[in-house]
Design a binder for this molecule. Structure first.
Ligand code: NAD
Length: 246
């Protein structure tokens, strides 16, 4: 309780899934949140559930106008903005022969350009309210490839590069930037996926387990962590399974 008492966070894609868990956990730790999403009904309901320290705003991360409004709302409602969680994302797939240019542009726009636009819109407020923290959501698919996930994997690799540049560029103005790389998390994005063959813990994570990491990175407890890629995957990328059965 109270680890984020002085923090105001803007969470993209915060209406459901991991973003909603981040909103609940940040406010449970005393912070305030602006939840931005294209899912208006879910976002409004979540803000109402959380109460006085939450607001919802319609935010399409591909819109500069929506980002400007979301940053302005954080400042008008809560007085500052010092945490940005770039969480919104989509996952589409297909064979390389069939993955269309429109599909490619769509996923790059949301998963990568959306984060760039969010950082650009929030930076003046983050600098003004420093110490501040940017948390960009990548994936284990930002570290290793997977057949058929061309746009998703490319976007999530690129998020790590973007984050490193920002970490260097804003360090002397009190803004840290880190990437988190979740493995398989139990959200609507991967409903029906069986992980028992490839995850050493043979389970998906609960979104709240990722939210605990977001709280740590949002807080000043992590004040010397910047430019890092932080895996949270139950050991999935640690290596391969046993050569011999026990
Ligand atoms: P989710 O589908 O439950 O949530 C994604 C949210 O992003 C939704 O609320 C959706 O409405 C929102 N969104 C989509 N397009 C948007 C746009 N243009 N503007 C604003 N919001 C938009 O999925 P999730 O699993 O909670 O995913 C959250 C993030 O975590 C994503 O970036 C995803 O790529 C990443 N991730 C998920 C997993 C997983 O296993 N679930 C693993 C690694 C990384």
């Amino acid at each position: 309780m109270g680890r984020l008492a002085s923090k105001v966070a803007l969470i993209s894609g915060g209406a459901r899934g991991m973003g909603a868990a981040h909103a609940r956990e940040i406010t449970a730790e005393g912070g305030s949140v602006v939840i931005g999403d294209v899912l208006d009904a879910e976002g409004e309901a979540l803000a109402e559930e959380i109460g006085a320290r939450a607001r919802f705003i319609h935010l399409d991360v591909t819109s500069e106008h929506d980002w400007a409004n979301a940053v302005a709302l954080a400042i008008s409602e809560f007085g500052c903005l010092n945490v940005l969680v770039n969480n919104a994302g989509i996952c589409t797939m297909g064979s390389i022969e069939n993955f269309t240019l429109a599909e490619w542009n769509h996923i790059i726009n949301i998963n990568l350009t959306g984060q760039f636009l969010g950082i650009r819109a929030a930076t003046p407020a983050l600098v003004q309210s420093a110490p501040s923290s940017i948390i960009n959501v990548s994936s284990t698919q930002g570290i290793e490839g997977i057949a058929g996930l061309h746009g998703y994997t490319a976007s999530k690799f690129a998020v790590r590069g973007l984050t490193r540049c920002i970490a260097i560029e804003l360090a002397d103005r009190g803004v840290r930037a880190n990437t988190i790389c979740p493995g398989t998390i139990a959200t609507p994005m991967n409903e029906g996926l069986d992980v028992s063959d490839f995850n050493p813990m043979k389970r998906k994570a609960d979104p709240q387990e990722v939210a605990k990491l977001v709280v740590f990175l949002a807080s000043d407890e992590s004040q010397f962590i910047s430019g890092a890629d932080i895996l949270i995957d139950g050991g999935e990328l640690a290596g391969h399974g046993p050569l011999l059965q026990r």
